[in-house]
Design a protein around this ligand. Structure first.
Ligand SMILES: Cc1cc2nc3c(=O)[nH]c(=O)nc-3n(C[C@H](O)[C@H](O)[C@H](O)COP(=O)(O)OP(=O)(O)OC[C@H]3O[C@@H](n4cnc5c(N)ncnc54)[C@H](O)[C@@H]3O)c2cc1C
Length: 304
């Protein structure tokens, strides 16, 4: 299974952007059938470089579902896939067991995340012997020699919890790279200026060399995007809100608008030298396929 840092290195050498698409584990067998039977085959036609699968931050079987989906992507579809791993509710001993399981399945790429305390648990306390921050998970992954390639999350508008401001958050992001993260995938944003400011600060001021790939979410539904952005602390620019308000509940029109908006956003990001695009796929293929075709990136020959 290919290591994602090697894919970025090959992309840089060939001067072509690295395309990744993110999914979440479906909650039902019908969702699994749709993902593996329709969504992934449709996306395979435009050949993204790799796929990533999110993971809940609570306990129970949520992380195991992530491993199951990544395993199926790798084994049945020959895809390069990455498991998101959250550490906020794991003890170190549980994490070791979980990473052994991932390694035994042949999973080689991990996005190391703190995660958010489980929804509705405002009194959540990390387990004794647990993790406070993502860099501590990166240390654990790094200590396993080269078993896993390690990515981490970055926040162009600053992480919403970071009261000290964006630059403090970005210095902590630099620290994650110094602890061993080899690439950065960003939170979604709708004003490219946020990404450019973060990328300039990290590369120019802090000397970060790891690829910083912008996360782009094609909008599908006006109410859903207002909820998402409120949850993750991303700004919806006023002209975008006005356009969404005009389109209202017409999801077909919103999807078309979302494709056009994301295409323009991606064009500008790539023209300015972004190393790739991380598309938040929301377990659908239509918008991602349309955007990659609009960008002329769908037909590129790539090593599978
Ligand atoms: C690409 C991407 C994918 C994601 N996938 C998932 C997913 O699959 N599942 C999920 O649950 N969530 C996911 N998230 C959300 C993420 O888990 C949350 O935003 C979480 O709140 C922060 O995670 P982190 O890994 O950035 O944490 P950290 O890097 O640990 O940062 C969290 C906060 O702590 C602060 N901080 C860091 N280090 C220190 C320190 N030494 N001292 C004091 N403060 C510090 C930071 O400034 C920040 O405010 C994803 C986010 C992105 C961008």
């Amino acid at each position: 299974m290919r290591r994602i840092p090697d894919i970025y290195a090959a992309g840089r050498a060939a001067r072509r952007p690295v395309i990744s698409v993110e999914f979440f584990p479906p909650k039902t067998p019908e969702g699994d059938a749709r993902l593996f039977g329709r969504v992934l085959p449709a996306l395979a036609a435009v050949r993204p470089d790799f796929y990533s699968v999110t993971c809940g931050a609570g306990g129970g079987g949520v992380r195991t579902r992530t491993l199951q989906i990544v395993d199926r992507m790798q084994r049945e579809h020959g895809m390069t896939a990455m498991a998101h791993v959250t550490c906020v509710s794991f003890t170190h001993a549980e994490m070791d067991g979980f990473l052994d399981e991932a390694a035994a399945l042949g999973i080689r790429n991990i996005l190391a995340l703190r995660g958010d305390p489980p929804a509705g648990q405002s009194d959540f306390r990390r387990p004794a012997g647990g993790f406070d921050y993502a860099y501590q998970l990166i240390d654990v992954l790094k200590a396993r020699a080269d078993q896993f390639a390690i990515g981490c999350a970055g926040f162009p508008e600053g992480h919403p919890e970071c009261r000290e401001g964006r630059e403090t958050d970005w210095r902590r992001l630099r620290d994650k790279v110094e602890h061993g993260a080899e690439f950065i995938l960003t939170q979604l944003f709708f004003d490219n200026a946020y990404y450019f400011e973060m990328a300039d600060y990290l590369t120019g001021r802090l000397g970060v060399q790891a690829p910083i790939t912008p996360g782009v979410l094609p909008i599908l539904n006006a109410r859903q995007i207002k909820r998402f952005t409120a949850l993750c602390g991303a700004t919806l620019p006023a002209p975008l809100v006005a356009a969404l308000d005009r389109l209202g509940d017409d999801d077909e029109a919103v999807t078309q608008y979302g494709i056009e908006f994301a295409t323009r956003q991606c064009e500008e990001l790539l023209a300015a030298g972004a190393p790739g695009l991380h598309l938040y796929g929301l377990n659908r293929s239509r918008s991602a396929v349309a955007i990659l075709r609009n960008l002329g990136l769908a037909a590129q020959a790539k090593t599978p």
